[in-house]
Design a protein around this ligand. Sequence first.
Ligand code: ATP
Length: 308
Amino acid sequence: MSDNQATGTDVMAIEVQGLSRRFGRHLALDDVSLKVPVGGVFGLVGLNGAGKTTLIKHLIGSLRPHVGNVRIFGTSPIEDPVTVLGRIGYLTEEDSLPRWLTVRQLFEFGRSVYPTWDDEYAASLCERFQLRPNEPLGTLSKGVRARAGLLAAIAHHPDLLILDEPSSGLDPIARRDILEAIISGISDQGRTVLFSSHLLDEVARVCETVGVMSNGQLLPPETLDTIQSQYSEWIIQSNVRPVISKALDTQGDGAEWSIVGPASMSEQADFPSDRVIEHRPMTLDRYFSARVHRSSDEQTEQALEVAS
Ligand SMILES: Nc1ncnc2c1ncn2[C@@H]1O[C@H](COP(=O)(O)OP(=O)(O)OP(=O)(O)O)[C@@H](O)[C@H]1O
């Protein structure tokens, strides 16, 4: 039975409200709010240093909010870490598995920590991931160790799987055949996944909703369906930078320009004197760059207004 069926309420798998975090003078998270419903697959994307890992560390309770609060299935990971961590599977990009353990000992550790650890499932994953139980984690290649980390993150059937750049250690075949299959499998079982990745094509294949982080802010998340149906990209030729009032973002080099805007923009009405040479469907890649570009411009404008 899901949390919501059990309680008759709309408990979110993840609920973050007004979360801000400073490291010294640097504002790493700036008033972040996020709701991920139970069963959702949420993609978190952003440039290096945007604040993704800092947000994730608050979700697992390894950082305490300075301002704002975090609830996982309605519970604070700071106030009740045992309950929250028991329901989370977590894989980070950092290669942090203890190297002195063998794969088998990693299983034993998992079994001792998680009451829901599933030996049979772990053994089947071990075979599928081509892991040898007696091999020390320290002698495995980075990619094989990343597979062991993934196994340790999911063999207790977590209600919420949090993957922070899991692909950095995995080769392309492992990413496609293992990671994507696991994410879809977990979501099919009504469990929740938060997936942070630089690989936008991968995010587009597995996630339903995507949130873009830019300089510590989380821009309003959108579903992939909305991104693809509500936005479009136009390539136009123009010797001057085109000014299109409804455009979300304009990027170019002085002769050819890429414009992103609402799919409802009309080539006749909205690009009157410019030559449209191509009208492309929206990709997550271009949407991401449009959002980050626009958000940086807005943040620069705000900083200039404050300074003047
Ligand atoms: N412990 C810390 N002390 C000081 N600054 C920190 C600390 N952790 C993170 N930061 C800073 O906070 C900002 C956000 O970092 P974070 O690791 O959350 O970004 P990210 O989006 O996960 O980046 P990446 O994609 O490179 O992993 C960065 O400017 C980073 O240098």
